[in-house]
Design a protein around this ligand. Structure first.
Ligand code: NAD
Length: 343
């Protein structure tokens, strides 16, 4: 048995939002390491299909419920060793830019989950935070080679919409709980995650979907010069589990690659790998988010011994293979337009 397996063996982990893209992949890995997993998910954006393989298998309990309903979160904490808090009102760029009220409900959701974890004396809370906590004003110039380092949120704050503010407040709450109440805590700032089970409301999957539907002209949002560090799901989950093992004091760490890829380059790669020939049409009228967002991942390397293993070209190819082998074109065409701006 490996070191990681022995750490999780027999432990009960609560994964809130465990039917999501990231939550279900995290569940797979926790089970593989010997943990028992309890999932609470209201399926508002998660999918039962993502966890179906675990149902009835004896290692995963699934509770279909809204954590904000009276008593649900308190009951979910019973006997739990580690909470991985991923439940959130969250969508892709279109959703985060165009909806403020929904993501603002995360202030309440996160506060409730953390308070009940403290009350239940769970050993550790690992929070799915985001690159959206970083100040927008640091991310507006595509000519600069900026790498966001964790302490950049300590100065003037300018988070990304109500979604980013809620993630930042969640981190601050956990740091205070760690310091003042001794609760184990860690926050993982995920940077634009992609991979199998990803949803079309995020850019990479949306681009693959456009190729899959043979869209021509092939639309990209903005002028395509936006820079991102899309990070593969397996790397994100590995870092999250390591944070659960190694960080206790509420430290927030970046989980992201340092590869700088533009939206336009990603679109070209998608068309190239899928052999989709199309004219690329820029849509400057659509939401772009910050123009230049890339993580520095030195802290995760130092504290966790983590570094991303999957380069973008490789991860993109794997994601395309998954998408083309599992999706139905008629269904994608029916849901695509709505998903771009909704959850
Ligand atoms: N996908 C990314 O690129 C990315 C980047 C940064 C952070 N994150 C964070 O990672 C987490 C997982 O995101 P994701 O992209 O896998 O999918 P997601 O946004 O669909 O995950 C949220 C999950 O929480 C569930 N949920 C929402 N509100 C709930 C409630 N009140 N009670 C119970 N369940 C509820 C949803 O059904 C869903 O399964 C989220 O916290 C998200 O903010 C994701």
């Amino acid at each position: 048995m490996s070191r990681a397996e022995s750490f999780w063996s027999g432990k009960l982990a609560l994964v809130t939002g465990g039917a999501s893209f990231i939550g279900s992949t995290l569940t797979d890995q926790l089970v593989a390491r010997g943990a028992q997993v309890r999932i609470v998910d209201d399926l508002s954006s998660g999918h039962l299909e993502n966890i179906r393989g675990h149902l009835g298998g004896g290692n995963v309990d699934f509770l279909h419920a809204d954590l904000r309903e009276p008593g649900v979160t308190r009951a979910a904490m019973h006997g739990v060793d580690t909470v991985f808090h991923l439940a959130a009102d969250h969508g892709g760029r279109g959703y985060v830019d165009l909806h403020q009220a929904g993501p603002a409900s995360n202030f309440f959701l996160d506060g409730l989950v953390f308070a009940e974890a403290l009350r239940a004396k769970v050993k550790k809370v690992v929070f799915a935070s985001s690159g959206c906590v970083y100040p927008n004003f640091l991310q507006s110039d595509t000519h600069k080679e900026v790498y966001l380092t964790e302490e950049m949120t300590n100065g003037p704050k300018d988070a990304d919409n109500s979604y980013g503010w809620a993630k930042l407040m969640g981190e601050i709450t956990l740091q205070a709980y760690a310091k003042e109440h001794g609760m184990g805590a860690a926050s993982c700032r995920y940077f634009t995650v992609y991979g199998p089970r990803g949803v079309e409301n995020h850019a990479v999957i949306a681009m693959i979907a456009r190729a899959f539907m043979e869209q021509n002209p092939f639309e990209i949002w903005g002028d395509g010069s936006q820079i991102r560090n899309w990070t593969y799901i397996e790397d994100i989950v590995e870092g999250t589990i390591l944070a659960g093992e190694k960080i206790n004091d509420g430290t927030a760490i970046n989980l992201g690659t340092m590869e700088r890829i533009t939206v336009l380059d990603c679109a070209k790669m998608v068309c190239d790998f899928t052999k989709h020939k199309a004219e690329i049409k820029k849509r400057p009228d659509m939401p772009t988010g910050p123009l230049n967002r890339v993580a520095d991942n030195a802290l995760a390397k130092r504290l966790l011994g983590w570094e991303p293993k999957v380069a973008f070209r490789e991860g993109l190819k794997r994601t395309i293979v998954w998408y083309y082998s599992t999706k139905d074109r008629g269904e994608v065409e029916r849901t695509f337009g709505r998903l771009l701006t909704e959850r």
